[in-house]
Write a protein that binds this ligand. Structure first.
Ligand SMILES: *Cc1c(COP(=O)(O)O)cnc(C)c1O
Length: 403
C-alpha cells in the first residue's frame, strides 16, 4: 500500500463512525466499468455499488441530464410542483405497468413507504381491524437499515442492540411456499419479498416459487410487494427479476440504479388502489421527487426502455455464470445467480471470502464478500465482453491460488 492510500485510509479511520470495514483502496475517478485510485492504479468494478452503478460510472447520458438540471433548478420541495417530476413519474409508471409512483431517496425509505402504504391499504381497503395489520417477510431478508426494517431482519448483527422493534411482522423460510401459506391469515396485508435475495448471497428461489407467492397473494387478498431495489432495473437480464417467472407484483420498490449511480433515488410503484390511500399529510419527504433526481431517473428509464442493457446482462451473465460453474475448482461449492449477478459460495474449509477479495484487489478487480463464505459479483451492465473475461480470469486465478 502506498503512503497516499495509507494517509487517506487513516483519515477515514480517524473521523468516520466505524460502521464499515472497506477494502483498502481509495478511489478517485471512475468511467464505465473502471475506476482509478489515488495512485493512478486501475481496477475493474465488479460490485457496482451493490447495483446502484448498473449503468457504469458516469454514464454520459445520465451525467448530461444531471449537469443540465444543475444549471436550471435543484430543489423545490413538494410544497410546489417542478417541471421534472411529472415526466419522470409518467415514464417510470409506464416502465412498470402501474398507475402511480411515489418518489423517495434511499432504498430503506422506499421500503418504509411501501410498509406504510400496504398497512393503510389493509385498513382502508381490505378492512383489517385497526392496529392488527401483519406483513410476512423472509429469513435472511435485507431491506435496509432503519429501526423498523432491522426489526424484521434475521441477521443478528443487523438487529442486536437496536431494539425495541416495530411489531406487525412475521418471518418464514425463503423458498418454502407451504410455510408462507400457513403464515397468511385474515390480518395479513402484504408479503414483502426480494425476488432474488441479494445481501444474503444472491439466493435464487426454487423454480415456480415466485409464481406460487403471486398465486397465494391473489387468493388470500394480500399485496405482493417485490423489493427490486437490487434485483431490478436490468441486473438479472430483464427489467425486473419477477419477470423470470412471469410474475407481476402489486407493488414494486425500486432504488439503487434508479438514481443512475449519481444521486439517491427510490420509488414505490403500484396501482391507484394501493398508493391512492396516501392522502396529503400522511407521507412525504423534503428531497423526494427533487428535480435533479427526477431528471436523472427519467434518463435511467429511457436507457432501460430500449432493452439493450437487459439483453447484455442476460447474454454476458450466462457467460459469467457458465465460466464460474465450469471451473470445477475445489474452493467453489456453488455458483448462484441470474444475469450479471453471481454469488460464488466457497467451500467451508477454504480461505474466507474477505481474503480472496483482498487478493482480487491486488490483481485489479473490485469485488465484495458477504457472510464470510460468498463472493458477490455484479459488474456494471455496460461492461465489455473482453473486460468481463479479464475479470473472470482473475477471479478464477484467485480461487485457484488462494486456498
Ligand atoms: C440496498 C437495498 C435496500 C436498502 O437501500 P438503501 O439505499 O441502502 O437504503 C433495500 N432492499 C434491498 C433489496 C437492497 O438491496
Amino acid at each position: 500500500m502506498t503512503d497516499r492510500t495509507q494517509e487517506e485510509i487513516e483519515l477515514v479511520e480517524r473521523y468516520s463512525a466505524p460502521n464499515y470495514h472497506p477494502l483498502p483502496v481509495v478511489i478517485a475517478t471512475g468511467e464505465g466499468a473502471w475506476v482509478t485510485d489515488v495512485d493512478g492504479k486501475r481496477y475493474l468494478d465488479m460490485l457496482s455499488a451493490y447495483s446502484a452503478l448498473n449503468f457504469g460510472h458516469r454514464h454520459p447520458a445520465l451525467v448530461r441530464a444531471a449537469k443540465e438540471q444543475l444549471d436550471r433548478l435543484t430543489l423545490t420541495s413538494r410544497a410546489f410542483h417542478n417541471d421534472q417530476i411529472g415526466p419522470f413519474l409518467r415514464d417510470l409508471t409506464e416502465l412498470c405497468g402501474k398507475e402511480l409512483a411515489l418518489p423517495m431517496n434511499s432504498g430503506a425509505e422506499g421500503v418504509e413507504t411501501a410498509i406504510k402504504a400496504v398497512r393503510k391499504w389493509g385498513y382502508d381497503v381490505k378492512g383489517v381491524p385497526e392496529g392488527r395489520a401483519k406483513i410476512v417477510t423472509f429469513e435472511r431478508n435485507f431491506h435496509g437499515r432503519t429501526t423498523t426494517i432491522v426489526g424484521f431482519s434475521t441477521d443478528a448483527l443487523a438487529r442486536a442492540g437496536f431494539g425495541p422493534f416495530t411489531p406487525g411482522f412475521v418471518t418464514v423460510p425463503y423458498g418454502d411456499a407451504e410455510a408462507l401459506e400457513d403464515a397468511i391469515d385474515d390480518d395479513t396485508v402484504a408479503v414483502l419479498i426480494e425476488p432474488i435475495q441479494g445481501e444474503a448471497g444472491v439466493i435464487v428461489p426454487p423454480d415456480g416459487y415466485l409464481a406460487r407467492v403471486r398465486e397465494l397473494c391473489t387468493e388470500r387478498n394480500v399485496l405482493m410487494v417485490a423489493d427490486e431495489i437490487q434485483s431490478g432495473l436490468g441486473r438479472t437480464g430483464s427489467t425486473f427479476a419477477c419477470e423470470h417467472e412471469g410474475v407481476v407484483p402489486d407493488v414494486y420498490i425500486l432504488g439503487k440504479a434508479l438514481g443512475g449511480g449519481i444521486v439517491p433515488l427510490s420509488a414505490v410503484v403500484a396501482d391507484r388502489e394501493v398508493l391512492g390511500v396516501l392522502t396529503p399529510g400522511t407521507h412525504g419527504s423534503t428531497f423526494g421527487g427533487n428535480p435533479i433526481a427526477c431528471a436523472i431517473g427519467r434518463e435511467v428509464v429511457a436507457v432501460l426502455r430500449t432493452g439493450e442493457l437487459q439483453e447484455r446482462s442476460a447474454k454476458l451473465g450466462e457467460r459469467m455464470l457458465r465460466t464460474l460453474r465450469e471451473s470445477g475448482l475445489p474452493a467453489v461449492r456453488e455458483v448462484r445467480g441470474r444475469g450479471l449477478w453471481a454469488g460464488v459460495e466457497l467451500a467451508r474449509h477454504a480461505i474466507p471470502a474477505r481474503a480472496r477479495c483482498e487478493a482480487l484487489l491486488e490483481r485489479g478487480v473490485l469485488a465484495k464478500d458477504t457472510h464470510e463464505t460468498t463472493i458477490r459479483l455484479a459488474p456494471p451492465l455496460v461492461i465489455s465482453e473482453e473486460d468481463l473475461d479479464w475479470a473472470l480470469e482473475r477471479v478464477l486465478g484467485v480461487l485457484e491460488e488462494v486456498g
